[in-house]
Write a protein of this length. Structure first.
Length: 81
């Protein structure tokens, strides 16, 4: 996702991400489900590109250093005042 590629994950890998299934990530647990999602991307290249961009943005907004440190920096700033 961070590399700008669509991600297909198992249910376990999807847990706790906070991503929206079918938007930022696709979930598949069986070989048939993985093949279905891969075929979907192959036949819908615009959706492949859209998912890649949305996923990269999601990771940047939720898992970057800035996103993770922002609450702590805010608390430090408030305590210094």
């Amino acid at each position: 996702m961070a590399l700008g590629l669509p991600c297909i994950s198992s249910t376990v890998g999807f847990e706790g991400l906070g991503a929206e299934e079918g938007k930022e990530i696709y979930v598949a647990n069986t070989k048939e489900e993985y093949l279905r999602v891969l075929n979907y991307f192959i036949t819908n290249l615009d959706k492949y590109t859209e998912t890649a961009l949305v996923a990269k943005k999601f990771i940047g907004e939720n898992f970057s250093w800035e996103a993770k440190l922002s609450p702590y920096i805010q608390k430090i700033k408030e305590s210094v005042k």
